[in-house]
Write a protein that binds this ligand. Structure first.
Ligand SMILES: Nc1ncnc2c1ncn2[C@@H]1O[C@H](COP(=O)(O)OP(=O)(O)O)[C@@H](O)[C@H]1O
Ligand SMILES: [Mg+2]
Length: 610
């Protein structure tokens, strides 16, 4: 596919997964890391080009540079001075204007100092938490900074920080001395606390070498916005797409991530970590100039994995060959669970082994040998036709991961049997999540429940998860509007809304959500429900509400099943089965009528007719 040899600084799991992608493209990758590093184990094809040594040591980096055409990273804690020197000696891939180091060492130098990174975003007017460099080891200096940033604040090491190692939350003045002691001898800065409601991330592919914020739409592609869950400051779970996050917020996160990445020199993939605040605004937390834990899911869930994107983006002949759409999901949803080391060298394998029993669970073990408590040893990805399906499948595996964690620091009970017993207890305590509802049935008042009952009874037979609410357009307008606003992001596919009299509920609901709304006119105290029928059916142009006959909640339920059925096979099957049943019943009647004659024929109401 491409004759250039890629040299990668670091050969951990990210390097290993890059090698996997390179192998498929028949591209060689030379790895600089220790003898049996994960990336080397699966890369015999370039074995004569690997370098045994450290990505932080200049002479080793030079050795790697001599054996490859393009140098890239799987970790940002590298020696950028030697990269600068190498660039001076030979800036470009032979016979081209393509930089040999991708992304640029300048990018890595800015990013590897978190404070410089923050200043970089501030310079471009990109939203990020306010940060102040800590220039003194004297507690008073930090107290003064806290006066400016307020409590709580985060004290962070500027360099060499990862998986939370380098952060210390300072909740009050009492924490100042312990924080300084914990991060002793490290260059520090303080960061304003971000009161986030969710942590988001988006992988971005940058294909142009120059840094140009104005060209972000042309020069970058974004993977979906995902939700990341951290535990002990280590990424535990990634949900793709982010759960219950509206399309607008997800798009805003992708755009911000792309803008931020476009300000850096060089090409490659970048992992952008974001905070989503209560008012739905976003802050950039940090960016990694390389593939990222939050993008593992792309291997199974996207057209092109982040690893393949990295390989394509850094090579002169392939960077322009990444089509728009390549970063999109091929499935509706995916969840990734990290497998962390437990109390025994092989405890983490319990999680991987449990995944063998989950259909479709994709297990990745990194070949790191013995596990150490909290060390990233592998991950599991589950894809599915909904986040709910993935959640249900992942649930027992999360209990395994939690059980391993609970035993992590407890040397007295670290056997596989005791971890298994804890997993069983956790499963009992935390039952599997129920499937997320696909249909919502809303009523303006509880008096409408009687009308809805036949429809609800039918819904019960469909095996389609649904929920029932009282959301009055008049008495609880805000609640109703909020419900509508969140409906799409919550995965609802149809809303049945019943109301009588001045029946505003279905129409107002439809004005708030792109989810189809089916109105059920309810016969109130006067006009036999005609008033409600007219109120629902006579929607203004542009905001349709599918309207069924007065009181016909059964048809509303079947129509909802038909809508859900356009994307869910099970619902479609139910509708097809229902039609067949009705046909058979009617043919049976016809046959009886022909046999008995109309004078004898008696209508039988066996309750089957709906
Ligand atoms: N300013 C902040 N306010 C609140 N929480 C923070 C802040 N900065 C970091 N965190 C929390 O700590 C985690 C790790 O911090 P981060 O700066 O991303 O370091 P690391 O290099 O360890 O990933 C974040 O994912 C977030 O949960
Ligand atoms: Mg981070």
């Amino acid at each position: 596919m491409d004759k250039h040899v890629i040299g990668v600084l670091g050969g951990g799991q990210l390097g290993r997964m890059q090698v996997e992608a390179a192998n498929r493209l028949n591209i060689q990758m030379a790895v600089l890391d220790s003898e049996n590093a994960p990336a080397k184990q699966i890369n015999l094809v370039a074995s004569d080009k690997h370098v045994t040594g450290s990505f932080a040591k200049a002479s080793d980096v030079k050795q790697l540079a001599a054996k490859c055409d393009v140098i890239t990273y799987e970790i940002e804690h590298v020696d950028t001075k030697v990269l600068e020197e190498l660039e001076e000696q030979r800036p470009h891939v032979d016979g081209s204007t393509w930089s040999r180091i991708q992304p640029s060492w300048r990018t890595v130098r800015t990013i590897q100092d978190k404070f410089l990174q923050k200043q970089h975003y501030a310079k471009y007017g990109l939203p990020t938490a306010k940060s102040i460099a800590v220039g003194t080891w004297h507690p008073q200096g930090l107290k003064d900074i806290a006066e400016q940033l307020g409590y709580p604040m985060m004290l962070k090491s500027r360099t060499e920080a990862y998986d939370g190692r380098g952060n210390y939350p300072v909740h009050s003045v009492k924490d100042i001395e312990p924080a300084l002691a914990a991060l002793k001898d490290r260059p520090l800065y303080a960061e304003k606390w971000a009161n986030f409601k969710m942590e988001l991330a988006a992988m971005v592919v940058k294909t142009a070498q120059e840094a140009d914020l104005d060209s972000w739409e042309k020069n970058t592609l974004a993977y979906p916005t995902v939700e990341t869950i951290h535990e002990d400051s280590i990424c535990k779970l990634v949900y793709a797409p982010a759960r219950e996050v509206s399309k607008q917020v997800a798009k805003a996160a992708q755009d911000l991530a792309r803008q931020a990445v476009s300000t850096f020199l060089g090409t490659g993939v970048f992992g952008v970590e974001l905070f989503l605040l209560d008012d739905d605004s976003l802050l950039i937390n940090e960016i990694a100039p390389r593939p990222h834990n939050s993008g593992h899911y792309t291997i199974e869930a996207c057209h092109m994995s982040q690893y393949e994107a990295q390989i394509r983006a850094i090579l002169p002949g392939l960077a322009s060959r990444i089509p728009a759409g390549a970063t999109e999901l091929t499935v509706k949803a995916a969840i990734m669970l990290n497998i962390l080391g437990g109390p025994q060298p092989d405890s983490h394998l319990l999680v991987a082994q449990a995944a063998l029993d989950v259909p479709g669970a994709r297990i990745h073990l990194y070949g790191k040998g013995d596990g150490r408590p909290g060390r990233k040893m592998g991950h599991i990805t589950i894809t599915g036709s909904s986040i709910s399906e993935c959640e249900i499948k992942m649930h027992p595996l999360i209990q395994w991961a939690d059980a391993v964690r609970l035993h992590r620091d407890d040397k007295s009970s670290s056997s596989a049997a005791s971890i298994a017993a804890t997993q069983a207890e956790l499963l009992k305590k935390n039952p599997a999540p129920s499937p997320r509802p696909l249909i919502a049935v809303c009523m303006g008042s509880d008096t409408d429940l009687a009308t809805l009952r036949p429809g609800l009874t039918l819904l019960d037979t469909m095996n389609i998860p649904y929920e029932v609410h009282i959301t009055s357009a008049h008495r609880t307008p805000q609640y109703m509007l909020d419900f509508g606003k969140k409906a799409a992001a919550r995965g609802l596919k149809a809303i049945i809304a019943a109301a009588g009299g001045a029946a505003h509920l279905p129409g107002m609901m439809a004005s708030e959500t792109p989810v189809p709304v089916i109105g059920v006119p309810v016969k109130a105290s006067s006009m036999d429900g005609l008033d409600s029928l007219m109120a629902i059916v006579q929607m203004p142009r542009g905001i349709p509400v599918a309207t069924v006959g007065i009181g016909n909640s059964v048809n509303a339920a079947i129509l909802a099943a038909r809508i859900v059925g356009s994307s869910e096979e099970k619902a479609r099957d139910w509708v097809a089965e229902h039609l067949k049943k009705m046909e058979e019943e009617n043919l049976e009647k016809e046959q009886r009528l022909q046999t008995e004659g109309w004078k004898v024929y008696k209508k039988v109401d066996d309750g089957r007719h709906v």
